[in-house]
Design a protein around this ligand. Structure first.
Ligand code: URA
Ligand code: CA
Length: 437
């Protein structure tokens, strides 16, 4: 078999066989297939696509390129959720402890933020002393004891994805439904998930710009999950505004603690999405028999404070100093708070990408993987889509340590807010549910 023939077949619009796809991925990990050859094949896939069978074969080949976590000593179903990259999306830190407090099991490997979108690992590291680097044994033990663990993706799982993603990032080959679907699903399956709930974002700032593309990606992932024997479903949510009010690492941890302390309204998009996914995870895991039972479990876990205690226990297990739970200002201690104004009117849109970039400029995110971040900085929104704002009311407050960055960030926040003279109808953050019936 020759690599060049596999590439030219795909370039001509053909379907690659299982043997060809395995030859390519294995060869790429071992070094027998060169970067430029993999890049050429990835570009051919971007332009010509892959059918469902090829996509599933690629997913399997990527899983087989490394270790697979064995969580078989944990008897309950392990549930995981994944978002395709949100801004102000701190749902994991709310729903993982919520599901665990209801008797479910959450075994989740998370990533760091890159560019405008946040990552759960960076958020957790806002807590002093906390480390998410752990081996499989510790991960398994913690999930077994607490019903949850959120840890960093280890290098030994799905090395093919790690290498391919690095190439895709710099060769304009990220935007491909089969490549995104196989990349995400290979990691979820290798990490031991039995139940997978996916939050696929669409709109400006998301991988998928339109609902149609997002739905196609959701179906591709749901199909891969089902074919591999995993209970899988997806929701489509839009990025017309950040999900929560906090954008920045410590700020989002504070918001998650607030949410689990009943200080964030049930009707907010953040709580709607978090509790919806939590209930789906409970039902797909068989912990709740139906929606009404899931509702009751979630309500009790929140109101009793047990969900909050689960988050605290997990942070302590990861070595974190949990005094911040009693003194939330520790998480967001900055030199200066700067209000941002944007005029008067009804808020029609809050561009999530610009808001994420503003937080990034203040130091909350990275442009390159090696950049250092400042966990305390970012911004709090005071207004959302549908709200009315007056001239003298701030729409956001910047949390700033490096004042030389404040003006650029404030300008981005201003341009992110799109105003209207007319009242704006507020829609549910969950646009559509994608599942097999
Ligand atoms: N997230 C991933 O993990 N992989 C992709 O290809 C895109 C988003
Ligand atoms: Ca994320």
């Amino acid at each position: 078999m020759r690599t060049v023939d596999i590439i030219s077949k795909k370039r001509n619009g053909g379907a690659n066989t299982e043997a060809e796809i395995k030859f390519l991925t294995d060869g790429f990990v071992s070094g027998a297939v060169a970067d430029y050859q993999m890049s050429a094949w990835l570009m051919a896939v971007c332009l010509k696509g892959m059918n469902h069978e090829e996509t599933q074969i690629l997913t399997r080949a990527m899983i087989d390129s490394g270790e697979v976590l064995d969580l078989s000593t944990i008897k309950c179903k392990k549930a995981d959720k994944h978002s395709t990259g949100g801004v102000g999306d701190t749902t994991t830190l709310i729903l993982a402890p919520l599901v665990a407090a209801c008797g479910g099991c959450v075994a989740k490997l998370s990533g760091r933020g890159l560019g405008a979108t946040g990552g759960t690992i960076d958020k957790l590291e806002s807590i002093k002393g906390l480390s998410t680097e752990c081996d499989g044994q510790f991960f398994e033990k913690t999930v077994g004891e607490l019903g949850l663990c959120v840890a960093s993706q280890s290098a030994s799982l799905v090395p093919a994805d790690k290498l391919m993603y690095a190439l895709r990032d710099v060769t304009a080959t990220v935007d491909s439904i089969p490549l995104i679907a196989s990349s995400i699903m290979s990691k979820k399956i290798a990490a031991g998930a039995d139940v997978i709930v996916l939050d696929v974002k669409f709109g400006n700032g998301a991988f998928m710009k339109t609902v149609e593309e997002a739905e196609a990606l959701a179906w591709e992932m749901v199909n891969i999950g089902h074919r591999m024997g995993r209970e899988t479903m997806a929701i489509l949510t839009n990025m017309n505004e950040p999900l929560g009010m906090a954008i920045g690492n410590g700020l989002e941890v504070r918001e998650a603690i607030d949410a689990l302390s009943l200080r964030v309204g049930n009707d907010t998009p953040l709580m709607q999405v978090s509790t919806f996914i939590a209930k789906q995870m409970l039902m797909l895991s068989g912990v709740a028999g139906d929606g009404a039972e899931a509702d009751a479990l979630v309500g009790e876990a929140l109101h009793s404070g047990r969900a909050l205690e689960k988050l605290r226990s997990m942070c302590a297990a990861l070595g974190g100093d949990t005094s911040c739970f009693d003194n939330l200002d520790e998480l967001v201690n900055v030199k200066k708070h700067i209000p941002v104004y944007c005029g008067e009117g009804y808020i029609k849109q809050v561009d999530a990408l610009s808001i994420g970039n503003a937080a990034c400029i203040l130091g909350a995110g990275r442009q390159k993987k090696t950049d250092k971040i400042d966990h305390a900085v970012g911004l709090m929104l005071h207004k959302r889509v549908g709200d009315h704002v007056k001239n003298n009311e701030p729409v956001a407050t910047l949390y700033v340590n490096d004042e030389t960055k404040a003006e650029e960030a404030a300008n981005l926040v201003k341009t992110a807010f799109v105003l209207s003279n007319e009242e704006i109808e507020v829609k549910s953050p969950i646009y559509k549910i994608v599942r097999k019936v």
